[in-house]
Write a protein that binds this ligand. Structure first.
Ligand SMILES: Nc1nc2c(c(=O)[nH]1)N[C@H]1C(S)=C(S)[C@@H](COP(=O)(O)OP(=O)(O)OC[C@H]3O[C@@H](n4cnc5c(=O)[nH]c(N)nc54)[C@H](O)[C@@H]3O)O[C@H]1N2
Ligand SMILES: Nc1nc2c(c(=O)[nH]1)N[C@H]1C(S)=C(S)[C@@H](COP(=O)(O)OP(=O)(O)OC[C@H]3O[C@@H](n4cnc5c(=O)[nH]c(N)nc54)[C@H](O)[C@@H]3O)O[C@H]1N2
Ligand code: SF4
Ligand SMILES: [Mo]
Length: 764
């Protein structure tokens, strides 16, 4: 690689920060923020610098390894891929296709190669036992988008750069840098918001790094958000504050919402939420009365017992108060690769509950079952029991609830393969590990996070380093396996045309697909003086052919379609290479009703499944307020889920995996600073240092997720030296949001006491 500075996008979290990497003789000298990146404008967080550690980590796997009686042994690629395909095929042939399970972890969505190759791999596997991190994460948002707007990827994004009131519920963008809201430099953007006279209000069971910057902060009892949000809806109607603005003409079922919210007065929910009725009324008035306001919720509102309804109500409140599709409110993005339109064109707007999982009868979503039931599907005998398993860029032993039981289930499999470059808590159970190239050895384009971004931009980065001679990209591994599996299924040979198709796909790779998508998208090829003619043709086609037909879809997607006429043109990989810092495509802009995907082109304010799920909320309202301790998670800016703990610069310093507990609860549990606490539930128990703080609400304890590198036989020595414990060893897998099947990762009840060893010592 040439000496000098190379520009890229950081691939670690959703914020898409531009980075400038200085390289000399093949070595990274520095990683800094790229001042000229149109989205991040120089911002980075401490994790970006650790990309160097990831790249250079001697413990990062570079060749396939296979478990033998004498330990792990390296393999050649073709031998490894042949073996994996034949083992998976054998299970499929002998026990049926659903006997193979697959789990896709979070880094897949930061990798356009994987995103483009994964569908072919999943089709070749042919199993219904598909799982991913989605069901421990954003599933409620996808469901609300599907039900309300008709498309699982239509996410309303806070227009933070223009809003005057940002209400942040159950999210901590100061640590996470935003989620379903790609917002690099949250702090800078917040400062600008406050400087123009705007405010931020935070509602969270913990006074977070975000909360301390807020103009107002309210504690909320974990898992009670749906009650609070219902009371806000109630107040909107009660005080005649409903005013949907221009969306009113497309709204359906406003009355159903009014009726549904009737029983939930601010007074009736305040005991359950811990928020005074007056405070809630005032908050609702302020929200309704600020014309540029955005209500936003994330992990804390989605991964909890009422995550489905809570997420839906956030949509409902934004709509009823007239904040949807207006500058300064919540808006839809217009990315250069418009996955929303592309998916719709191929008939994949999403689906829910078309079938149920075998053991726990949980609903599928988009062809996946909730990951919290993976262990059940492996451990419960019968037709369709999972006997072979594939993980791709995931660490569910740490990330999925009841990781202990999942480990036990992985032990009992006939065969397991992991596509991953670390030997960690999950992959150590594999028979074969297939490690992909490192991030800097592949090209990068954010297909997903541009959908969530607070501003439309586009950026492509070629690979920074030549990959090792014997290294394979994720997409090559996936296509290599898919091709072999298809061949085996057809008895060893494919028809010539299919064979040529596979070879062409492997030869061209994902960048050619990306290039095609860019050129044919809304900012794509400029036809110059032919534009008026081309536009008339597109009009004609969309008039004649019914919506949903391929030609109609193609015309709508093409750069000449009238809806895109204001947008800049000329994007392709080549043009993006000429702008290595990225291209600004402008602020978010109103797009309704064109971008509604419901059958009747209306906004479904009150979908049946949400109304049906309100029985549970009524029950909650009428049951006594519990005084059990509730466990919540937390994130830290120097960490990313489970997999950055092998970077010394990120884990050094004070232990971060602690139990945060309020002084009142600490004394109730007999704990003082410096003690080790035992946190237990019916699922399991962990022991960790206590951190007594008034920053958590009384009745609430917090443990960060992604730690617990205590398992033997992993290959991450730095992580092992800073092991921590896994919160998911105490979180139950069968506590879910019953509407969506999403894991209730936040708000489960636990018992806390002094660690037994210390109790004994003190007694002696
Ligand atoms: N209790 C609790 N649990 C949680 C959460 C919580 O808040 N609380 N958060 C949940 C959320 S939001 C998420 S997204 C999940 C994340 O859960 P997972 O996606 O299961 O796990 P990660 O920790 O992200 O692990 C990523 C894995 O991918 C590997 N990897 C990294 N980059 C690449 C790559 O380019 N290619 C390949 N093939 N592998 C790669 C890493 O080595 C690691 O093994 O955790 C969930 N679990
Ligand atoms: N540094 C860092 N950044 C990350 C990640 C990371 O691990 N580390 N992970 C990335 C991923 S995969 C994701 S999905 C995003 C997540 O991004 P965020 O959603 O912003 O993540 P969290 O920091 O987990 O924020 C959840 C908040 O909800 C609060 N909470 C818990 N229970 C409840 C409740 O019942 N009600 C309410 N109102 N609040 C509650 C918690 O106290 C916490 O402050 O972050 C991404 N960015
Ligand atoms: S916030 Fe940090 S980890 Fe996230 S993209 Fe920016 S630099 Fe990377
Ligand atoms: Mo996530």
């Amino acid at each position: 690689m040439d000496n000098g500075t190379h520009f890229r996008t950081c691939h670690l979290c959703e914020a898409m920060c531009g980075i400038a990497i200085e390289v000399k003789e093949g070595t990274i000298l520095s990683i800094k923020g790229d001042e000229n990146d149109p989205l991040s404008q120089g911002h980075i967080c401490p994790k970006a610098v650790a990309i160097k550690d990831l790249h250079e980590d001697p413990e990062r796997l570079r060749k396939p390894i296979r478990r033998t009686e004498d330990g792990w042994q390296e393999m050649e690629w073709d031998e490894a891929l042949d073996l994996v395909a034949s083992r998976l095929h054998r299970v499929r042939r002998e026990l049926g296709r659903n006997a193979v399970g697959v789990y896709l972890g979070n880094p897949n969505v930061h990798n356009h190669g994987s995103l483009i190759a994964n569908p072919s791999f999943l089709r070749a596997l042919g199993t219904q036992n598909r799982f991913s991190a989605t069901s421990n994460d954003q599933l409620p948002h996808m469901l609300a988008s599907l039900e309300v707007f008709g498309h699982q990827l239509m996410f309303p994004i806070p227009d933070i750069d223009r809003t005057d009131l940002f209400i942040c519920i159950g999210a901590n963008p100061m640590a996470s840098n935003g989620s379903l809201m790609t917002v690099p430099d949250f702090r800078g953007r917040l400062k600008a918001l406050q400087a123009r006279g705007g405010q931020m209000i935070v509602i969270d069971p913990r006074r977070t790094e975000t909360a301390v910057l807020a103009d107002a902060f309210h504690f909320i009892t974990p898992g009670s958000d749906a009650l609070m949000l219902m009371a806000m809806v109630h107040t909107l109607f009660d005080e005649h504050l409903v005013n949907p603005g221009h969306t009113e003409q497309w709204l359906k079922d406003v009355d159903l919402i009014r009726l549904a919210a009737l029983p939930f007065s601010p007074e009736s929910v305040s005991g359950h939420t811990g928020i005074a009725a007056d405070t809630l009324r005032q908050l609702t008035r302020q929200f309704a009365g600020t014309s540029k306001a955005a209500l936003y919720g994330r992990m804390g509102t989605s991964t909890q017992a009422h995550g489905g309804v809570a997420t839906w109500l956030i949509y409902v409140l934004n709509i009823l108060a007239g904040k949807l599709d207006v500058p300064g409110g919540v808006m839809f993005t217009q990315p250069a690769v418009d996955l929303v339109a592309l998916a719709a064109m191929s008939g994949q707007k999403g689906h829910f509950d078309k079938r149920r999982s075998r053991v726990r009868q949980l609903p599928e979503f988009g062809g996946e079952y909730p990951a919290n039931t993976m262990a059940d599907e492996m451990l419960t005998p019968g037709d369709g029991q999972i006997k072979a398993f594939v993980t791709i860029a995931g660490n569910p032993v740490l990330s999925n609830p009841d990781g202990g039981r999942l480990e036990q289930a992985l032990e009992g499999l006939d065969f397991m393969v992991s596509v991953d470059y670390y030997l960690n808590e999950t992959t150590r159970h594999a028979d074969i590990i297939l490690p992909p190239t490192a991030a800097l050895e592949r090209s990068h384009y954010d297909l997903i996070f541009n959908l969530f971004s607070v501003r439309n931009t586009a950026k492509y980065s070629p690979a920074l380093f030549e990959r090792g001679e014997d290294a394979r990209h994720d997409w090559e591994i996936l296509l290599g396996l898919a091709h072999r599996l298809e061949r085996l299924r057809k008895g060893g040979r494919l028809p010539l045309r299919a064979e040529l198709g596979w070879r062409a796909f492997k030869q061209l790779g994902p960048d050619s697909v990306l290039d095609l998508a860019l050129r044919s998208g809304p900012y794509g090829t400029d036809v110059g003086p032919l534009r008026p003619l081309a536009q008339s043709l597109a009009d004609l086609i969309t008039d004649i052919f019914p919506a949903g037909s391929p030609l109609h879809g193609l015309a709508e997607l093409s750069p000449v379609y009238r809806r895109w006429s204001e947008l800049p043109k000329g994007l392709s990989i080549r043009s993006l290479k000429d702008s290595p810092n990225g291209v600004d495509l402008g602020p978010l802009s109103p797009c309704l009703p064109e971008r509604l995907y419901t059958r009747d082109n209306r906004i479904n304010l009150a979908p049946r499944r949400y109304l049906d799920d309100l029985d549970r909320l009524h029950q909650r309202l009428s049951s006594p307020v519990s005084n059990e301790l509730r466990l919540i998670g937390r994130r830290h800016v120097r960490s990313n889920n489970s997999w950055l703990h092998n970077s010394h610069r990120l884990v050094k310093g004070k232990t971060r995996c602690t139990l945060m507990i309020h002084p009142k609860d600490a004394s109730r549990c007999g704990l003082k600073a410096g003690d080790m606490a035992e946190v237990s539930s019916a699922t399991g128990q962990v022991v960790l240092p206590v951190e007594i703080t008034e920053d958590v609400m009384p009745g609430v304890v917090s443990i960060p997720h992604g730690w617990g590198h205590t398992r033997e036989g992993t290959g991450q020595s730095v992580a092992t030296a800073h092991a921590g414990v896994s919160i998911n060893d105490v979180i139950a897998a069968d506590q879910v949001d019953q509407l969506s099947g999403t894991s209730a990762l936040n708000g489960q009840s636990v018992k806390v006491r002094l660690w037994r060893a210390e109790r004994n010592r003190q007694r002696a």
